[in-house]
Design a protein around this ligand. Structure first.
Ligand SMILES: Nc1nc2c(ncn2[C@@H]2O[C@H](COP(=O)(O)OP(=O)(O)OP(=O)(O)O)[C@@H](O)[C@H]2O)c(=O)[nH]1
Ligand SMILES: [Mg+2]
Length: 283
């Protein structure tokens, strides 16, 4: 659908990780856009999972529910390919909800004007009276107009965050997300879905060539076989992961980084309450 791509485009920062694989976003990620006149707190969420297979996926769905509960405006992000009808879970849920809804048809760079028009018509029928925007989050088309519509629908209220604050999560969360995003890009099949990352060291230090941020991360996976795949022959895969991650972390922090990755097995972590707490899915 491109929810995270849209969040990044609206906030103007590379905040939420984007990959071609489904279920990339696992948490509710907040991006804050402030000006003299307004403050918008955007929540990026996971995509809805019809049939959660383990506790982590249930928690992912729960982040959508909590966003529904808190939101003043709901952005329903869809694309020209998603099957949509009156029975669609989110359409039903949105129709029951009181907040204004803005339906966003994303990825319009991939289809013809006619296809966009028929999609707009379909959404008009499914969500009568709500505004509809056709955008390309990737190219930026229509994002300004969407933002203007969001601003015009904002309720009056107090400012929640300092004007220069972009998110509510610490740097180390984004560092772990960058590593997870690289795992999603570099590994296949079930590997990306078997992994979770924690950061066990994040400290500013000195090296011969100047200041350096030392980061050590643990990649948890489900079993020894997956650990072997993550490491690769002679450690070649993990080395590639480390290099790709470090490059992106350096760009994100705007600092030189020394990154160490360790792989550990944590059996069934996706159903394990204490592991899920530790990984930030449960309070
Ligand atoms: N052509 C095109 N591709 C897009 C656009 N927006 C997003 N994409 C691509 O669609 C894929 C998924 O984008 P994401 O932003 O990660 O989608 P998401 O809805 O956040 O996905 P999950 O977090 O997995 O639920 C990526 O490969 C993006 O580059 C767009 O406007 N046009
Ligand atoms: Mg996402």
């Amino acid at each position: 659908m491109g929810k995270s791509t849209l969040l990044n485009a609206l906030v103007g920062e590379k905040m939420s990780i984007i990959t071609a694989k489904p279920q990339t976003t696992r948490h509710r990620i907040i991006g804050i856009l402030s000006s003299e006149a307004f403050q918008i707190v955007f929540s990026d969420t996971p995509g809805f999972i019809d049939d959660p297979a383990y506790r982590m996926q249930q928690m992912m769905n729960s982040f959508i529910s909590s966003s529904f509960d808190d939101a003043d405006i709901i952005l329903f992000v869809t694309d020209p390919y998603e099957p949509l009808d009156a029975e669609h879970h989110l359409i039903k849920r949105i129709r029951e909800h009181e907040s204004p809804v803005i339906a966003v048809i994303n990825k319009t760079d991939l289809v013809s004007e006619e296809e966009i028009a028929s999609r707009v018509e379909l959404l008009r029928q499914l969500l009568p009276g709500q505004s509809i925007h056709a955008v390309s989050a990737l190219k930026g088309t229509g994002v300004e107009a969407l933002l203007a519509d969001i601003i015009s629908n904002l309720p009056e209220g107090p400012v929640f965050y300092p004007k220069d604050q972009l998110t509510d999560r610490p740097e180390r969360f984004f560092v772990s997300e960058i590593i997870r995003g690289k795992i999603m890009e570099l590994y296949h099949e079930e590997i990306p879905y078997s992994c979770e990352i924690t950061i066990d060291q994040f400290s500013e230090g000195e090296s011969k060539s100047g200041p350096i941020t030392r980061i050590s991360a643990i990649i948890y996976t489900l079993d020894e076989r997956k650990k072997t795949i993550l490491l690769g022959k002679g450690g070649s895969a993990i080395k590639q992961l480390g290099m790709a991650s470090r490059k992106e972390i350096e760009a994100f922090l705007d600092k030189r980084v020394f990154l160490e990755l360790n792989v550990k097995v944590k059996d069934n972590w996706r159903n394990d309450e204490s592991a899920l707490k530790n990984f930030g899915y449960l309070n």
